[in-house]
Design a protein. Structure first.
Length: 156
């Protein structure tokens, strides 16, 4: 008997912006039921991973095919409003600047309201570098750079 199990969501592209929905769980909050500040980094990481996957840039394949991984170089976070237990959120991710061995991802975490995407609660700018298995920076392979350039250019 075959069972159609529900699958984790990968989110979806809206033009050049990836939309990743999530809900705030108890484990991500403090004693006051407010989202702990470091949880926003986890939300952003999940969304970036799914954006890459949706666009054919699976992390395992990148390791196996190119021997390369993305590593966080720096993270800038602005907290605009507090998320709380049970809030529904949407993480918007887009490609910012591209360098030879790096890229910047622009991310915004919003509340989900009755009429769609609600107020922004956090804005992130994450700089990633591509490194080999020894942690040395490497140039972006042409196939990966082409995909990222297309997403950046579609963004405008």
């Amino acid at each position: 008997m075959t069972v159609n199990l529900p699958r984790p969501t990968a989110g979806a592209m809206d033009g050049a912006v990836h939309l990743y929905p999530l809900r705030v769980y108890y484990e991500e909050t403090d004693a006051g039921r407010m989202v702990y500040h470091a949880a926003y980094l986890k939300f952003a990481e999940r969304a970036r991973t799914e954006m890459m996957r949706v666009n054919g840039l699976d992390h395992i394949e990148m390791i196996e095919k190119f021997g390369l991984v993305f590593a966080v170089h720096s993270a800038e976070i602005r907290y605009l409003q507090q998320a709380k237990l049970e809030d529904e959120l949407i993480v918007q991710t887009s490609v910012g600047a591209l360098g030879g061995a790096s890229m910047t991802m622009d991310q915004r975490i919003n509340l989900v309201g009755d009429n769609g995407i609600g107020a922004a609660i956090s804005k992130l700018k994450i700089k990633l570098v591509i490194v080999d298995e020894n942690g040395r920076p490497q140039r972006l392979p042409a196939t990966i750079k082409t995909i990222l350039e297309r997403l950046r250019d579609e963004k405008g």
